[in-house]
Each structure stands twice: as C-alpha cells, then as structure tokens.
Design a protein around this ligand. Sequence first.
Ligand SMILES: Nc1ncnc2c1ncn2[C@@H]1O[C@H](COP(=O)(O)OP(=O)(O)OP(=O)(O)O)[C@@H](O)[C@H]1O
Ligand SMILES: [Mg+2]
Length: 213
Amino acid sequence: MAIKLACTGISKEYRTTSGQKSLALDDISLGIEEGEFLTVVGSSGSGKSTLLRILAGIDQPSAGSTSVYDEKTDVKIGFVFQGNAVFPWRTVEGNLSYALDMRHSSNEIKRGHAVELCNLVGLVPPDTFLEKYPHELSGGESRRVAIGMALSAGASLLLFDEATSQLDYVSRLRLQMTIQKLWLEKSPLLSGYKPNRFNWLPESTKYSWESKG
Ligand SMILES: Nc1ncnc2c1ncn2[C@@H]1O[C@H](COP(=O)(O)OP(=O)(O)OP(=O)(O)O)[C@@H](O)[C@H]1O
Ligand SMILES: [Mg+2]
C-alpha cells in the first residue's frame, strides 16, 4: 500500500523565552499508509502535539524531513487541535462552512455542506445545532464541530490531537465511534493519545511511543 505521510529522523529542539533548550522529539520516523489508523501514545509532555504539528506542516523540525504522497491527487490534511479550535464568534454553520466562505460559495451550498458535516460528525438533528454559537455547546459537541471543520475542506488525511480527551466516558465512547466511522468511510487517520485515554484501538494500530516521562 502507498505511504501517504511519512517522517524520517525528526528531532525538535525548543528554545524557551529564558534561553533554555528542550528536546521535545529525538529521531522519530514513521509512515502512515492508505486506509490505516495510526495512533501515537505518549505521556504528557512526550511530544505528541509537536510531532502532529510538524507532520501537518504547521511547525518545522530542527532536523529530519516529512513527505506527503498520493499518486492520484494532492494530499489534503485535516487537523483537529488539542484545544477546542473553533471560531467563538461564528455559529456552528459558520464554523463548518468556513472553508466554503473562502471560495465565496452561495448560502444554499454552504448550508447543504454544513448539514452534511453535522450528520457525518453526529451533530443530529443538524437544525438544532446550526444556529448555535460554540459557548452554547457541550465539550463533546464542540469537539464534533472541530472535527467537522477539519473535514470541511475535503481532507484526505486526518490528524487528531487527543480528540476525545476532557470528555466523560460515555461522550468519549460516542466520539470514538464517530472517529472510527470517519476512518472507515473517509480517510487514513493519525491520532495522538495519552496512555489510557483511548480504550478502543483498532487492529491496524502499529506505533506506540514513549519518548519520555
Ligand atoms: N513553544 C514551546 N517552547 C518551548 N518548549 C515547548 C514548546 N512547546 C512545547 N514545548 C515542550 O516540548 C515538550 C513536548 O510538548 P508537547 O506539547 O508536544 O507534548 P504532548 O505530548 O502533546 O503533551 P500533552 O499530552 O500534555 O498534550 C514539552 O516538554 C513542552 O514543555
Ligand atoms: Mg499535546
């Protein structure tokens, strides 16, 4: 199977404001293939978010390289950030249609797209969520909006940074089922989790890592 995203020999050294150096990643190599669900497991501070940001191209490594590849089309990466990265001043519909705003799509197309994403991420029935603002949502609902946003530009690869942390057990199970569905229907998926967060790990999980802690 073709490798979609890979990194080789990634290291990341941060320098703090006071000038202290800290090595967050040391010589990490991995690859994610078409159809795969890859989970990086590590304790707090072990570098999961740093690695995901580098893989997404949001941050640069101090050493090593990353590559994305798809023989048919461009690889579009959707990123679900660890915090609830939604626009607080936009409604659910406004958040989910942000990517289409950039393309100046019509209101009708944006509404249809937002409804489709609501159904996909389990914000159902969509009508009860579309007009709400993020402060009017629960933590789990807000995470679902963030996942919908990551999907809204047609991502072919999803990176999740602790998508279900800070949720209660039942909400976490529900969201894990949504994530499993997305993985089966949509995209290869790479996620970062602390040990014990993710009770369900798919069989294709092949990479677990504890860099420190
Ligand atoms: N901008 C920064 N400047 C300096 N050090 C940083 C910076 N960002 C992260 N670090 C350090 O790098 C290490 C890895 O941080 P990172 O956020 O990647 O960990 P994590 O595995 O995602 O942790 P958590 O599970 O708590 O989210 C930590 O020791 C952290 O203090
Ligand atoms: Mg993190």
